[in-house]
Design a protein. Structure first.
Length: 284
């Protein structure tokens, strides 16, 4: 299956060193998993985490998309992580702190044909988002809003105003190049209302889903980023009305008092395709 056709409503980080969490993930209804070797793994545990992860991934994670996040190549662990990840049973490798396409070039020299994802979390990365999105090996972008806030010296706000320039630049780049884009994490993993509000904001803006840090966050992300039954019904009615109008020689239909043109039909078809992809993933 084309990586870009899969759903990414819920993308759960799991520390590569935590065997219990690696096991539990097989029971969770997540669309994708980021197996982390970077921030969630203590320095002393990093070498062993590579082996733990390789064994866990060899056992498989069903239809979930599997992505391994390595350490940056300019760290003492980066090269060994990249070499190890290239041998793992995963769908993609995620590189943190990508400043420009040359970082992806350097990784691709080690990892060969494996698709790459980029953490978008540095000011340079924001300013070069379009070049990063255009990289031939790039299949997805992940917003790193914690690192970005650190770099910007900004404060966390419920409306995420300080994030909007970076998020907007990355969204434009991802959409211009047909790349998946997943929103950053919500740190307060026991605050369901805050998480829901941030998911809604990310969905409204056009991100494909949310990165998560705890299983308790999965349900809200899955719900928010899936087309609702009302959206599915409307999409089908728009397609039907437009096709009926076409048979009458009309280029415009009206549904619920609103015009439906070919561009709205394209969106309606995307809604149905997303619902089908989610249903296919759930049917394990
Ligand atoms: C945040 C946590 C440290 C909390 O862990 P813990 O106290 O163990 O939580 P619970 O006791 O509530 O756990 C209940 C069960 O769920 C399992 N669990 C917990 N977390 C995960 C997980 N992420 N994936 C799968 N399973 C998980 C526990 O094992 C318990 O299982 P069981 O005993 O069988 O019931 C912890 O959640 C955690 O470590 N989360 C991940 C943190 C992480 O990955 N951070 C790095 C990514 S965020 C980032 O880097 C952002 C980005 O780069 C940026 O810049 O923004
Ligand atoms: Mg980060």
């Amino acid at each position: 299956m084309d990586m870009r056709a899969r759903p990414y409503r819920s993308v759960l980080y799991i520390p590569g060193s935590k065997e219990r969490a690696l096991e539990k993930a097989r029971t969770l209804p997540v669309d994708a998993i980021i197996f982390d070797l970077e921030d969630a793994v203590a320095p002393a545990e990093k070498p062993a985490a590579r082996d733990t992860l390789k064994t866990a991934l060899a056992q498989g994670y069903g239809k979930r998309t599997t992505i391994v996040r390595i350490n940056a190549l300019d760290t003492e662990w980066g090269r060994a992580d990249a070499e190890a990840a290239a041998q793992m049973n995963c769908d993609a490798i995620l590189l943190p702190k990508v400043d420009g396409p040359e970082h992806l070039d350097a990784l691709a020299q080690i990892t060969g044909d494996t698709p790459l994802w980029a953490m978008m979390e540095t000011p340079k990365g924001m300013l070069r988002a379009a070049e990063i999105a255009a990289h031939p090996k790039l299949a997805g972008m992940v917003m790193g809003t914690n690192d970005l806030a650190k770099e910007l010296q900004s404060r966390f706000r419920p409306d995420r105003l300080p994030m909007m320039t970076g998020l907007g630049l990355c969204l434009l780049a991802a959409k211009a190049h047909g790349t998946v884009i997943v929103d950053g994490v919500y740190n307060a993993f026991k605050d369901d209302d805050g998480l829901r509000a941030e998911c809604e904001q990310g969905r409204d803006m056009g991100t494909d889903g949310k990165t998560l840090i705890h299983p308790a966050q999965v349900e809200i992300a899955n719900e928010t980023f899936a087309p609702s039954q009302a959206e599915i019904d409307l999409a089908q009615r728009q397609i039907d009305a437009f096709e009926a109008a076409g048979k009458e020689g009309q280029a415009v239909a009206v549904v619920d008092g609103k015009i439906v043109e070919n561009l709205h039909v394209a969106t309606a078809r995307e809604t149905l395709a997303k619902a089908e992809a989610i249903a296919a993933l759930s049917a394990e």
